[in-house]
Each structure stands twice: as C-alpha cells, then as structure tokens.
Design a binder for this molecule. Structure first.
Ligand code: BEZ
Length: 211
C-alpha cells in the first residue's frame, strides 16, 4: 500500500533508543515528524540527527514530536549515538527506532528497491494530531535534508488549519499569506477584520494572522 496525503497513518510498535514505542501513544494529540535514515554509522545521517537535536526546541514550540528511524539493531544505535555526541557536540534528545526487521520501513514504503535493497531512502512524514498524513518528502541517501524547510512546512500547515490561509512560494515567517480560495469574501470578513488585498478574486493577500 502506498501512503498518500490525507491517509490515516498506520500505527506500529517498534523498539527504540527510548524503549518500545507505539506511534499513536507516542504522538498523543500532538503533530509528528517521522523520518528515516539509510543506515547507522553513516556520515550524512550523523549530521542530520545532530541538527534535529539542535532544533528540538523549535519542534517543541510547534507541538511536534520527532521520531527517527534506522534499519539497524538497537545495539548499533547505542554505539552510534556516542559518535554523534562526540563529533557533533550535541546529545540525541529524541527516540530513534531500531527497525532491523524493517517492520516500519516496509509499512511506510521507506525502502525503494531500485535505489537500494537494504537501505532506506531519506523519507519525511508529517502527521497531524488526527493521525492524518500531511506531507511526504523523499530525499536520496546522499543528500542531507533541510530541517528548516520541515519547520517551515509545519508552520504553513498549522496556519492553514488554524487561520484558513495558505502560504505562497518561498514563504517565510512574517511574510504575507493567501486567504484559502474555499473561503467566501463574506466569511473572510469575520476572520480578517483588518482586510486583505484582492489581486484576483482567487488571489487575496493578507498579513500573517498569528503575529
Ligand atoms: C550517509 O548517511 O552519509 C549516507 C548513507 C547512504 C549513502 C550515502 C551516504
């Protein structure tokens, strides 16, 4: 089964560096970011896990729980975590699934056999509090991800859910946003009392509402 946006994500229980984790219990009513690493003791992954640890306060601020995955056993994870701390000067501060049996990797389609039979690709899944899948990104093993972009997407998704706005190309915090086309002008008046600029009936620009 291929997971698609809007699907309810499958639940699972798997070993992790912080004990067994059942996804739905781990997330509770928060947002989630589940992301895979091709293999333990690999250089790009080492830098990514460190960066997510550095950014953890930013994920916390947005009510997001992060969960990494690598298709190696727990004992390998434990040694690797020491290397991450030693080389990147930051301690891993979120759980890393030990998916040696590929239970989660297969469930979420993280192994792309024509890329590699054994390594996962760099998948990112953003999951909302209703356990609906809201974003999928797939990077090749040799390219480290941009986790600032993941935070940017979370900000955009939360703005859409909370304020009925969409975000334009290359949007960053504080930039103007777009009133979602599904909202009538009548309903928009109540939500955007300071008004908006109508460039076209389908392109209505307003200040970011949650500042
Ligand atoms: C890495 O994480 O550094 C990596 C993993 C697989 C292939 C290439 C690089």
């Amino acid at each position: 089964m291929t997971l698609q946006l809007g699907d309810q994500v499958p639940n699972f229980t798997q070993q992790s560096t912080e004990g067994d984790i059942t996804l739905y219990d781990y997330l509770g009513d928060k947002w989630g970011v589940l992301f895979s690493h091709p293999k333990d003791y690999t250089p790009v992954c080492t830098t990514e896990l460190a960066e997510v640890s550095r950014l953890k306060p930013e994920f916390d601020k947005r009510n997001v729980k992060v969960l990494g995955l690598s298709v190696d056993p727990l004992r390998d994870h434990e040694g690797w975590i020491g290397d991450i701390e030693e080389t990147q000067s930051v301690a891993l501060n979120f759980p890393l699934l030990a998916d040696a049996d590929r239970k989660v990797s297969d469930l979420y389609g993280m192994i792309h056999p024509n890329a590699s039979d054994t390594l996962t690709v760099r998948s990112v899944f953003i999951i909302d509090p209703n356990k609906k899948l809201r974003l999928i990104i797939t990077y090749p093993a040799s390219t480290g991800r941009n986790f600032d972009e993941i935070l940017r997407v979370i900000d955009s998704l939360q703005l859409t859910d909370n304020h009925k706005v969409a975000t334009p190309v290359n949007w960053q915090q504080g930039d103007d946003v777009i009133i979602v086309p599904a909202l009538s002008d009548e309903d928009a008046k109540a939500l955007f009392p300071n008004g908006w600029k109508t460039l076209k009936p389908y392109l209505r620009v307003t200040k970011q509402p949650n500042l």
